[in-house]
Design a protein around this ligand. Structure first.
Ligand code: FES
Length: 680
């Protein structure tokens, strides 16, 4: 048996014997231990930090002596003097093995570190970015051996990093000669290798050792808002996140009106492409400024978006998406360059990845939700609903996944609601109505206090009560149903029928007064009959989409429901179920996943292998087209009632009793069964 020292790495548990004098970094490499290095062991980058442990380790069967590693050397001492090395840390490329040793690789020294996400239901991200930094020493030119600087750089990458074919573009080639000379024949390169590439590409080069970091943008390009996360490509941390309104709103609130704008106005698509690209550039610029970084260090951007936004971002006329059979120009994922999309607030050689679309109405945003929530790996049957202007719906488990999108319209975002507004400080977001007194209390965004708290008025002094947002209107309607103010058909009762002056006659219908600030010059906020109808249309579309997928799957209940989307995160599962937005399920099996599409974009940005995973997964997802499916209409009509005309909702009835009231005394003049189809 070899008597060479035994080296044990934690947390991987990998172990092996190495001759005395082997650098820890070399041992790690030979064992396949995940230990970072940008300078290749030259003592420059400090990425290879490790922590040796000393003493008795019965678990590993070794005792580690104080002199298990060579002493702190001059390189480490210099680094410690200039930058400071944490207590107990060593540089793995400098410390050499002398005796048996146990070595911990801290998370920040792992290339494939896990970005642990706080939310219990969400997956962690394993870092494996497509773009990385490599430090190289390049041979000087020699008259007797005439080769170009690029060829010598390629050779250096092959010899020092075992990197095969390397290509580059003109931008790098133009700066190559001054850079390697300035660095005295050393340089740091940013190498990009896409998941389908057989070669690496030099995206940029810096003289000597480049101290900076590389960044990426994860962008969720929605019809209403554009959200971007500026992410550190080494550790996945988000430096800054910001969102702006999509300036295309001026061409149409929903997607179909933007498609019609392109149809009616020659050049309208070009105009919309220009404004959205301008907004993305401005957003990226401001994120870089916020984080005080050079936009030239932003090497990658990943986009998720619905099909219409996808085409408009790419500069493709979306007209085909406005009519059956809703053909996409391409549904495949796209790997592009920053200039392809005129993205100016990133490195000019920067790369762009756009997730694949699932179908003409089910976009890359839905693919991103699938990447984040992984229905295809689920043991239980999960229904994932990304609630937005268009709801993206996924249903499935390990065996099969189905997807559709359903035109809910903007009511869930507070639009088309009489006192509706976007979620912003001052908007009512929570509502409770006492079933006995029919009195209500509420909370607004920006304060944790309920409106019946004596300190409420003072707490909301700055914003006041300005309107009601999507989650607020859902709670209000559900509470009205639970308190017997609204009947199963969605009719609001009169003051006499309900027994509260808060029910006010408005023409032939009634409304429920939630807040009266008129004495102080503020608004009167009511839930009108029209509001209830708008919510009924939206929730029926959502439910019908989910139900259609359940039919297709041959099931009539689901085991788990995930509400995703920025708005989905704020919906109360109980109220969503009272309203009949989602199919009946045990309440403790209804979860919120936050902005799952944005998370999917971050995963694709930080882990290049996940791009292949989602491309393969999307091919296996069965698309269900709601627009041509007659059963969608049937489900839609039945779902108009609150919670539903025929479905029994047994789980819901275990936790709430809905009053058996009916306010339809004058015959039916209502539009209960009618529906509007809307895309966008
Ligand atoms: Fe760069 Fe050790 S590998 S300092």
């Amino acid at each position: 048996m070899s008597t060479d020292p035994l080296v044990i790495f934690t947390p991987s548990g990998k172990r092996g014997r190495f001759p005395a004098g082997t650098p820890v970094l070399t041992a790690a490499r030979q064992l396949g231990v995940d230990l970072d290095s940008v300078c290749g062991g030259r003592g420059i980058c400090s990425k290879c930090q490790i922590t040796p442990s000393y003493g008795e380790f019965s678990k590993h069967g070794v005792t580690v002596a104080e002199d298990a590693l060579t002493e702190f050397n001059e390189v480490e001492a210099r680094y410690d003097r200039i930058r400071g090395l944490k207590e107990g840390r060593r540089l793995g490329c400098q410390a050499k093995v002398q005796r048996d040793v146990v070595i911990d690789v801290p998370p920040e020294s792992q290339v494939h570190k896990q970005v642990v996400r706080k939310e219990a239901t969400m997956r962690d991200i394993v870092m494996d970015p497509a773009t990385r930094l490599y430090y190289v020493e390049v041979a000087e030119p020699d008259m007797h051996e005439p080769t170009g600087d690029l060829e010598r750089l390629q050779r250096a990458l092959a010899e020092q990093w075992e990197i095969g074919e390397v290509r580059t573009g003109m931008a790098v080639l133009r700066k190559l000669q001054p850079v390697v000379r300035k660095g005295n024949w050393t340089a740091t390169v940013a190498l990009y290798k896409g998941h389908n590439d057989t070669h690496d590409t030099i995206l940029d080069i810096w003289p000597g050792f480049f101290e900076g970091r590389l960044y990426g943008l994860a962008i969720d390009l929605g019809s209403t808002t554009i959200a971007a996360h500026l992410t550190d490509l080494r550790n996945g941390s988000v430096l800054h996140s910001a969102g702006v309104m999509n300036p295309q709103i001026r061409f149409g609130e929903d997607l179909m009106s933007r498609v019609s704008y392109a149809m009616m106005n020659p050049g309208g698509d070009v105009e919309m492409t220009a404004v959205v690209r301008g907004a993305i550039n401005a957003l990226a610029q401001s994120l870089a400024a916020e984080a005080a970084i050079d936009p030239g260090q932003v090497m990658e951007a990943v986009f998720v978006c619905n099909p219409v936004m996808h085409h408009l971002l790419l500069g493709i006329d979306p007209v085909e998406l406005g009519q059956a059979p809703f053909a996409l120009a391409t549904s495949n994922a796209l790997s592009l360059t920053a200039p392809d999309l005129e993205l100016t607030a990133m490195n000019p050689s920067g790369r762009v990845y756009i997730l694949p679309c699932i179908a003409g109405h089910v976009g890359a945003d839905c693919a991103a939700v699938a990447l984040s929530e992984e229905p295809h790996k689920s043991d239980d049957l999960v229904l994932i609903v990304d609630v937005g202007t268009n709801a993206e719906i996924l249903l499935g488990d390990k065996s099969r996944v189905l997807a559709c999108s359903s035109p809910t319209g903007p009511a869930f975002e507070g639009a088309q609601i009489s006192s509706g507004q976007r979620a912003a400080p001052g908007a009512i977001e929570r509502v409770e109505i006492d079933p006995a007194t029919k009195e209500s209390r509420f909370r607004v965004i920006g304060s944790d206090l309920w409106s019946d708290d004596p300190a409420f008025a003072e707490a909301i002094g700055a914003t006041g009560v300005s309107g009601i947002c999507g989650s607020g209107i859902i709670e209000a309607v559900a509470e009205m149903r639970m308190a017997g103010i609204v009947d199963g058909s969605g009719l609001i009762g009169s003051a006499e029928q309900v027994g509260t002056p808060r029910c006010e006659a408005t023409g032939r219908t009634h409304s429920y007064l939630l807040f009266d600030g008129s004495a102080e010059g503020g608004p009167r906020i009511s839930v009108t009959q029209g509001d209830i109808r708008a919510i009924q249309l939206a929730k029926s579309a959502l439910y019908a989409g989910a139900r259609l997928l359940m039919d297709e799957m041959g099931v009539d209940k689901v085991e788990r429901v995930v509400l995703a989307g920025a708005f989905g995160a704020h919906i109360s599962p109980k109220h969503a179920m009272v309203l009949g937005m989602i199919p009946d399920a045990p309440l403790d099996r209804v979860f919120s996943a936050g902005n799952a599409a944005g998370t999917g974009a971050r995963i694709a940005l930080c882990n290049v292998a996940s791009r292949r995973e989602i491309e393969e997964t999307v091919h296996r997802i069965t698309k269900v087209e709601t627009a041509i499916e007659p059963r969608f209409q049937e489900h839609f009509v039945a779902a108009n009632a609150i919670p539903h005309a025929t479905a029994p909702f047994p789980e819901l009835h275990k936790i709430v009793t809905l009053p058996d009231v009916s306010f339809n005394t004058a015959g039916s003049g209502e539009d209960g069964g009618r529906r509007r189809r809307r895309r966008g």
